[in-house]
Design a protein around this ligand. Structure first.
Ligand SMILES: *Cc1c(COP(=O)(O)O)cnc(C)c1O
Length: 518
């Protein structure tokens, strides 16, 4: 049915070790270019080393076949709500692998890495512009760490004003699980505010909760139901009047880019996942980046480092490197004196400290910077518009078959409910597993938890109308299969190398390494 079917069918499932034949080798070691050294004493040596002996061709086939079992955005449609599997344009990877970015070391002195620091400085500036929150630290390594960094800033702000009774974080019941977890880790007490029937914050309930113990209100915008918060201005005012700060979980800014600035809605702090909104690849626990952005009055609390720019003349050591013509291209091109500026890492005066080693996920920062620069202001806005129209196209194409969590125009993602399908004998999980047989990655399932049988679909801006039409048609066909042949759903996936797994033990007791059989 799919390309994967063919590969899986023909796949040699033996592990590398089981392909071992004594005497076969995959490579020859080069002659040693260092003097021979005596081996460590015998008691430190293993008796024998059980390594596979295999020819190069067998090994290449083994690993190439393994790599083709990966499901990725580069191979198939991946409509994972909230977690945004956005296409990563190849130019991002090309720029990130330029030797001047790839081969530098985080311990190099600022003078030697002016280009890299400038990229960071300009990315800080771009994120400050996009969010309307000009204080930026790129240090957090993930969305959750950005939340944690932002909440530490909120605490430090209140404490600096002697307002130390503010220890409560108010969080909606629809929030991503990392929100209450980060708040608890930052030493805050979590209080939940319910959602209203339109999927927004219950404003009356919020008004009752906001008081002189409120440190921060955390809100995901658009909400995890994929909806814009209609009462946002009233909400930020309620919290500010109570003396609290308002935090935006901007992990996913795909619906807002270039359309509205978080800061102008009254938010004081936000983080954004570069690995969702700004196209850098993620998944499988790979590196991410979750910069934290704050209003100007909170910038002194940012985690270190932040990159600052100052007149180069102040740093005489920089002029000594002026024969490297690449440190200040823009100023030079504009005819200004080369090296008008110098960039350096700095610690904000009341910094909450280091949140990660060194500079953050530098190669991820370069990818996000490349995405932002190559899209430009208009490109980012049209990405947001396309993300929104794509999600609404899917919603409109499915809402007669699948219930909607809330029947409203959505933003960049739509939350369907498989409750009708469930009543007919197929759960959201079965629908999701059956999608795999059609070469489509499962949407986010059972989240947000306030929606029964949730299937959260985010097509992103880059998918074609044909891909969206195919998804709609497949989802409708799966709905038909429930009545025709329910086993097709219950036993799915049928055509992948791994069939239906036990969801709990697959996560809790995974086999991650070769185990000697017998
Ligand atoms: C993904 C996500 C997070 C967490 O980001 P990580 O990089 O996985 O830590 C937080 N909030 C929302 C709304 C998200 O979608």
């Amino acid at each position: 049915m799919t390309a994967q079917t063919t590969i899986a069918g023909a796949l040699d499932r033996r592990l590398l070790m089981d392909r071992s034949v004594p005497g076969r080798v995959a490579l020859t070691l080069p002659a040693s270019d260092v003097p021979l050294q005596a081996a460590p004493s015998a008691d430190l040596l293993r008796k024998g080393l059980d390594l596979p002996e295999i020819s190069q061709l067998d090994m290449v086939r083994y690993f190439t076949n393994l790599s083709q079992l990966n499901f990725s955005i580069d191979t198939n449609f991946y409509p994972l709500g909230s977690c945004t599997m956005k296409y990563n344009p190849k130019i991002n990877d090309e720029v990130a692998s330029l030797p001047g970015f790839r081969d530098i070391h985080p311990n190099q002195p600022d003078e030697q890495v002016q280009g890299a620091l400038r990229v960071m400085f300009e990315l800080q500036h771009a994120l400050g512009e996009i969010t309307g929150l000009p204080g930026v630290s790129l240090a957090p390594l993930a969305g959750a760490q950005g939340e944690y960094a932002g909440l530490l800033i909120a605490r430090a702000y209140h404490e600096s004003r002697g307002d130390s009774a503010r220890t409560v974080a108010i969080i909606p019941d629809s929030a991503h699980g990392t929100n209450p977890a980060s708040a608890a880790m930052a030493g805050l007490e979590v209080v939940t505010v319910p959602s209203n029937a339109q999927g927004g914050v219950d404003v009356d309930a919020l008004r009752k909760l906001a008081d002189n113990r409120t440190a921060v209100f955390m809100l995901t915008l658009p909400s995890t139901l994929g909806l814009f918060e209609m009462n946002i201005l009233e909400i930020t005012k309620i919290i500010h009047d109570a003396g609290g700060l308002v935090y935006a979980d901007g992990a996913n800014l795909n619906a807002l880019l270039g359309i509205v600035k978080i800061g102008e809605l009254g938010f004081d702090i936000c983080h954004s996942n570069l690995h969702k909104t700004f196209s850098t690849p993620h998944g499988g626990g790979g590196p991410g980046a979750g910069p934290v952005m704050v209003a100007a009055r909170l910038a002194e609390f940012l985690p270190e480092p932040v990159v600052v720019r100052e007149p180069a003349a102040a740093k005489s050591s920089l002029s000594a490197t002026s024969h490297h013509g690449d440190a200040e291209p823009v100023e030079a091109h504009h005819g200004a004196k080369p090296y008008a500026f110098a960039y350096r890492l700095s610690r904000p005066p009341k910094s909450t400290g280091k949140i990660s080693g060194f500079h953050g996920s530098f190669s991820i920062l370069v990818r996000a910077y490349t995405y932002i620069r190559s899209m430009g202001r208009d490109g980012l806005r049209s990405a947001a518009e396309n993300a929104i129209i794509n999600a609404n196209y899917i919603q409109a194409g499915l809402k007669d078959k699948y219930a909607l969590a809330v029947d409203r125009y959505c933003m960049h993602e739509t939350v369907l409910s498989a409750k009708r399908q469930h009543a007919r004998g197929a759960a959201a999980l079965d629908v999701a597993k059956r999608l795999l047989d059609y070469g489509i990655h499962a949407p986010t399932m059972y989240f947000p938890m306030i929606v029964e049988q949730a299937l959260m679909v985010e097509p992103t801006e880059s998918e074609s109308k044909e891909t969206l039409d195919n998804f709609i048609q497949v989802m409708r066909q799966i709905d038909d299969e429930i009545d025709r042949d329910p086993a097709l759903l219950h036993d799915a996936p049928h055509d992948l190398p791994v069939s239906r797994m036990d969801e709990a033990t697959a996560a809790r007791k995974p086999y991650l390494r070769w185990q000697k059989s017998g």
